[in-house]
Design a protein around this ligand. Structure first.
Ligand SMILES: [Zn+2]
Length: 423
């Protein structure tokens, strides 16, 4: 298909789409406070000819779902916006374009060079919280649909553009769409991948280990048991487990083979008095789950590791550390590289750039897993922006990447859903 009319139309939309993305960044949409941004987005979808449905996430319909993770955000008004272009023929392949509207907190505002809710454009970059993760992706999808509509394109298969909440804290919004039966033949999530095709991501679990020792006056140290000393042994074993798990994983597409599903201890708290041998230690951390690994298998791997350390230490044998799994459970997700949606996305990218995109796995979790593991249809991450700037005070997106992404998404819609240009 000739990509030139689409490309020219998207170039014509550069200014309004930049303005739309600025407007989106200027509406803060922290977890639980996405309503204004979502309503603004819904208005835009109506303006480009979508039928718009607002789905309010309900605790009662999610709480027993195996993928539900309670993020503690109030369910008072958690709005998800679905824009739909109904296809002209049920036999056409349908496509979901999915993005999240929630953003993470800004941290110390004084550390930002450009004000976090300003949407400042400088040197071809648009700055602000949510610019890259991932309002730019949502804007690119809107731009793709707006350009196709301006070209009088009518899809054969249905196109759905979803703006969801709760991605950063566990995926409540996308889970809501699936529980309500919103499905398609494939999904693209416009997360910041620098326009790489990413059909695989690792998962993560959150753990707590509690260790007991025996307190005694520090001057009598040899007669007590330090929980810190015991933790050292456990920590060394966990580090070794991390290395061994990475060595045994057959990696085809991850960039850093020793950083696919890392185990990281994030907090350690011990003792209650500086001259007392510490009696307790609590460590919490993140346990990476490899693509293809079940969360049960990952949990068992840590439990086995702790049991082995305890077996070889007389104190720990009698006082084994306790292991609990706490909120924040993210499964890995994966779509085969041979899936037609991955192939079609790569071809759409090649139509715009002349070469195929790099295909990568990513170590961070995303809503992709909900589509692949629970919706049971293929999904791939592809969007503008560099995740290295997400959640930082330097968050920004290159506008050229946003427009290029819009072109690729428009080409993909036409190739995947079929359809025609009719006046
Ligand atoms: Zn994101």
């Amino acid at each position: 298909m000739d990509s030139r009319p689409i490309s020219a139309e998207i170039d014509r939309l550069r200014e309004p789409i930049t303005g739309f993305l600025q407007d989106l960044v200027r509406i803060p949409s922290l977890p639980g406070e996405e309503q204004a941004a979502q309503r603004f987005f819904a208005d835009k979808l109506r303006a480009i000819g979508c039928e718009v449905q607002i789905l309010t996430s309900q605790f009662a319909e999610l709480e027993h779902h195996p993928a539900f993770s309670d993020d503690g955000v109030s369910f008072a008004e958690r709005l998800n916006v679905i824009g739909q272009w109904t296809g002209t023929d049920k036999t056409g392949r349908s496509l979901i374009l999915n993005g999240h509207m929630d953003v993470v907190p800004i941290g110390n505002p004084e550390l930002w060079r450009f004000a976090p809710w300003s949407g400042t454009v400088a040197d071809g970059k648009l700055h602000g919280r949510g610019s890259c993760d991932m309002k730019a992706g949502l804007a690119a999808a809107v731009c793709a649909m707006e350009a196709l509509r301006n070209l009088h394109y009518k899809p054969l298969g249905t196109v759905l553009l979803e703006s969801v909440i709760g991605e950063e804290s566990g995926g409540v919004g996308t889970l809501t769409t699936l529980v309500r039966g919103i499905r398609a033949d494939a999904a693209v999530l416009m997360e910041p991948t620098q326009l790489r095709a990413c059909p695989v991501h690792a998962g993560a679990l959150s753990f707590r280990v509690e260790i007991v020792g025996r307190a005694i006056h520090a001057s009598m140290k040899r007669f007590g048991v330090s929980a810190v000393d015991k933790f050292q042994q456990i920590f060394a074993a966990v580090q070794a487990l991390d290395r061994a798990r990475h060595l045994s994983y057959k990696n085809q597409i991850f960039e850093f083979e020793d950083n696919i599903a890392p185990i990281s201890v994030g907090t350690v708290a011990a003792g209650d008095w500086l001259s007392t041998v510490p009696e307790t230690l609590v460590a919490e951390g993140r346990f990476g789950v490899f693509p293809g690994e079940t969360t049960a298998a990952a949990r068992a791997a840590l439990a086995t590791c702790l049991a082995q350390v305890s077996e070889n230490d007389p104190w720990l044998k009698d006082h084994p550390p306790s292991l609990t799994w706490i909120e924040g459970q993210f499964e890995p997700g994966q779509t085969s590289l041979a899936e037609p949606i991955v192939v079609a996305l790569r071809e759409a990218h090649a139509q715009v750039f002349g070469t195929q995109p790099r295909v990568r796995g990513v170590p961070y979790g995303s809503d992709l897993r909900l589509f692949t593991e629970h919706g049971r249809f293929p999904a791939v991450l592809y969007g503008p922006g560099d995740v290295a700037f997400a959640h930082t005070v330097e968050e920004h997106v290159e506008l050229e990447e946003v427009f290029a992404c819009a072109k690729v998404l428009a080409m993909l819609i036409v190739a995947w859903c079929g359809g025609s240009y009719t006046r």
